[in-house]
Design a protein around this ligand. Structure first.
Ligand code: SF4
Length: 402
């Protein structure tokens, strides 16, 4: 995939001339608070001196992402050994987290589910020989640079490699080394042309990196062009902004999106602790703009690999009108082995959910096949035997029915 470095101009907000972030480390709480309480107000955990106007400004959040060990250690206690290890990891797989997402981490808990997604782990290096760089072979299916056409009726447009946070389990972490690029108009035009000339394509997925890193104006240009293509039914946006930088979902963005529907929005909550009042507000704004929001969770070891956590995640999403859509088996990507579970963990989770709660709360558990084989849904086995005259089925309680 070729890409142009634009020094993040236009979309990235320059930090030049900004005073250093004035931060206050709050330290470890003396009394343990229930998660629902300790999430509010988030800002006060580490950033009590930051004015609300800055905190609620997505460009401020983006400019002040924490990207080095030296900055990180001001917030999260790290031994010298841990600091040295993280530096090594960052030399291969960069690190970035927004102040907002960092504020979800309990500094006293090394196994905090948000921490495990955001802060580099030495196992990314020591287990890096397990897995592939690009197991889904997205490069092979690129029909023009940045446009992946694998399934008959839908295409994936990759418009940037920039994300507000680098999720440690990311399938595209191979791209992080390339330093931050946004497609230029002259690169987007061949993608649009391909779609214009392929009437079978009825569904376009805008992704990245994270496509909401583009300015609202720039994103609108792409959406306006796509909407002129008559055979295109729906546009989907894949973005983790509602989770890691919900301030991005502002009135300007939602007003713009409302003009180009039907747009479906797929986001990526992995743990109930991520569903804060800010995140809920972001999803609600999208819904009010006529943009349905679905969630795609990645199954991650030590983060959300239990029935209890998945039930809580699904129920909290549904309460906030977000549909739990997919539960993905973590792809076999280099540098993510320590976060991957065996496939049967996912099947057992679905078994523990199906029938025990409403079907709406049960996501589709899928594995994305290596070599670009596509997504395959996996289910617990409810069919005990099937012949011409007889079907033996097991229900969610294990009772057998003929
Ligand atoms: S937001 Fe998505 S693309 Fe970006 S780092 Fe996270 S998982 Fe990867």
């Amino acid at each position: 995939m070729t890409a142009s470095t634009t020094t993040q101009a236009e979309t990235l907000v320059q930090a030049e001339g900004e005073p250093p972030l004035c931060t206050k480390i709050m330290g470890v709480e003396e009394e343990e608070e229930p998660p629902s309480k300790r999430r509010l107000p988030l800002k006060d955990r580490y950033f009590s001196q930051v004015p609300d106007t800055d905190w609620n400004d997505w460009k401020w959040q983006f400019r002040h992402r924490i990207t080095t060990v030296e900055e990180l250690v001001k917030f999260i206690p790290l031994s010298s050994k841990q600091q040295a290890e993280i530096k090594l990891v960052i030399s291969r797989y960069p690190f970035a987290v927004t102040p907002y997402y960092l504020s979800l981490i309990d500094p006293s808990d090394e196994n905090d589910p948000v921490r495990l997604q955001a802060i580099p782990c030495f196992k990314e290096m020591t287990m890096a020989d397990l897995g592939e760089e690009d197991p889904l072979e997205e490069k092979r299916d690129s029909v023009v640079p940045g446009l992946v056409h694998r399934y008959p009726d839908r295409v994936l447009m990759v418009l940037t490699d920039i994300c507000p946070m680098f999720c440690r389990h990311c399938t595209r972490k191979r791209e992080w080394q390339h330093g931050g690029w946004v497609r230029k108009d002259e690169e987007i035009e061949p993608m649009l042309n391909y779609i214009r000339n392929n009437p079978k394509v009825r569904d376009v997925i805008l992704s990245g990196g994270d496509v909401l890193t583009l300015s609202t104006e720039r994103l609108e240009k792409v959406l306006a062009q796509l909407r002129k293509i008559e055979h295109l039914d729906i546009i989907r946006i894949g973005s983790r902004y509602p989770v890691v930088l919900p301030q991005r979902i502002d009135d300007e963005l939602c007003g713009m999106l409302s003009k180009y529907g039907p747009i479906w929005f797929n986001t990526h909550f992995n743990h109930p602790n991520e569903i804060t009042s800010e995140a809920v507000r972001a999803c609600d704004k999208l819904l009010r703009a006529g943009v349905p929001v679905n969630n795609q969770t990645v199954l991650l070891r030590g983060i959300n690999d239990s029935v209890e956590t998945q039930l809580k995640l699904s129920h909290t999403l549904l309460k906030n009108k977000v549909r739990p859509y997919y539960l993905f088996q973590c792809d076999e990507v280099q540098g993510t082995e320590h976060l991957r579970t065996p496939v049967d963990v996912g099947i057992k989770i679905i078994e523990g959910m199906r029938g025990h709660t409403s079907g709406l709360a049960v996501p589709n558990f899928v594995v994305d096949l290596v070599e670009g084989g596509g997504k395959v849904p996996l289910q617990p086995n409810y069919v005990l035997s099937m012949s011409e005259n007889e079907l033996l089925l097991k229900n969610y309680e294990g009772k057998v029915y003929r």
